[in-house]
Design a protein around this ligand. Structure first.
Ligand SMILES: *Cc1c(COP(=O)(O)O)cnc(C)c1O
Length: 347
């Protein structure tokens, strides 16, 4: 049906397509301005292209990351035409390294969140507050690529603290970019929030048109952001429902599956939080564990069931974790697993 994408209903003229989500984003993040593109890789490319072409961008060697799917910070930097200035060592960087690099003018100091790996042992990085202070003294802006960019604090759910967008803005980042579909829990999108003059320069860059978000993305993103504004994210956005699920509730669901399927055992296990964020982090859960002579054949049969059921194998057992099954899908799951188990008994 019709939806108002970029028509100004008040004035009766063409408006701005992303104005609605931009308002939500500035209210949630505390930033002056916002802009939405197709994905965060696009957001980084746009920021570097629009703000740092042929100019120096300072970044620590601890942060020259590969996210997967071909996204490598040094390669994106090269593509944008920005001049990479790497500082520090693989495991450590100090404020003095930033100070030395900023002796010469730079367009940006970039920070990239590790997202999907950890450096352990003899390692250290500089805080964003310190980086921002140093950069601003030298006349450079700070771009913080947060990757996941949570708006809620993961620590309140027993996970490691994932840096939030609000924290980066408060710490002095001039521009923060993050994904719409990682811990935000919305559609694929790249979200940029930060200082208005920088956002305006990006909006005017030719790449902005090439990377623009479509109306389905903007509608889904607005719906997602409204939950954060209303304080209903934890109860209404699937990724947060899953993270917030209590072990007791998960045990009850696994027990109900066991009763429905008439097979398996309810056992304590760990759920892994994935999606390129919170590496190594797990949450306590309860699973329905199915012992079968050929677990690989059963998981394959489950994958071919419609709707497909994705299980995992641990210690020769097939595990089903209620945490990742949406409320309202229990019946379909019980029917599917029962059917597949029956088929594997017959074959
Ligand atoms: C995931 C990630 C990206 C890419 O984001 P997409 O939305 O998947 O394009 C870029 N930078 C960091 C640090 C990331 O974690």
């Amino acid at each position: 049906a019709y939806c108002n994408l970029e028509y100004d209903l008040d004035r009766g003229v063409r408006g701005v397509r992303s104005s609605h989500v931009e308002g939500l984003l500035t209210r949630l993040s505390g930033a002056e301005a916002a802009f939405v593109v197709t994905n965060n890789a696009g957001a980084v490319l746009l920021a570097l292209s629009a703000l740092a072409r042929r100019r120096r961008v300072v970044i620590s060697r601890t942060q020259l990351i590969e996210i997967g799917g071909g996204f490598r910070v040094p390669d994106v930097m090269a593509q944008s035409g920005a001049r990479l200035v790497e500082i520090g060592a693989t495991n450590r960087v100090h404020l003095a390294d930033y100070a030395a690099a900023l002796q010469e003018p730079a367009a940006l100091v970039m920070r990239a969140h590790h997202s999907n790996f950890q450096i352990v042992g003899f390692s250290s990085e500089t805080t964003l507050v310190d980086i921002a202070g140093m950069a601003h003294q030298a006349g450079a802006a700070v771009l913080d690529d947060l990757g996941s960019g949570a708006l809620l604090d993961t620590a309140q759910f027993g996970l490691a603290h994932e840096p939030t967008v609000q924290e980066s803005i408060a710490a002095g980042a001039d521009l923060v970019c993050f994904s719409g579909d990682k811990l935000l829990g919305g559609p694929q999108a790249g979200i940029l929030v930060g200082r208005k003059p920088l956002i305006e320069r990006m909006k005017k860059h030719p790449l902005a048109r090439a990377l623009r978000a479509d109306k389905l993305c903007l509608a889904a993103l607005a719906a997602t952001l409204e939950h954060y504004l209303r304080g209903t994210a934890e109860h209404s956005i699937p990724v947060w429902q899953m993270i917030a699920a209590s072990p007791a509730a998960l045990r009850d669901r696994a027990a109900a599956w066991q009763e429905g399927i008439q097979a398996g055992e309810v056992l304590p296990a760990r759920s892994t939080v994935g999606g390129g964020s919170l590496p190594g982090e797990t949450l306590p859960t309860f699973v329905l564990s199915l012992r079968t002579p050929r677990p690989d054949a059963l998981v394959r049969r489950l994958r071919h069931y419609r709707p497909a059921i994705i299980a995992r194998i641990e210690a020769e057992s097939v595990l089903l974790d209620p945490r990742t099954v949406l409320a309202g899908q229990d019946e379909a799951l019980v029917a599917g697993v029962s059917g597949c188990l029956g088929a594997s008994r017959r074959s």
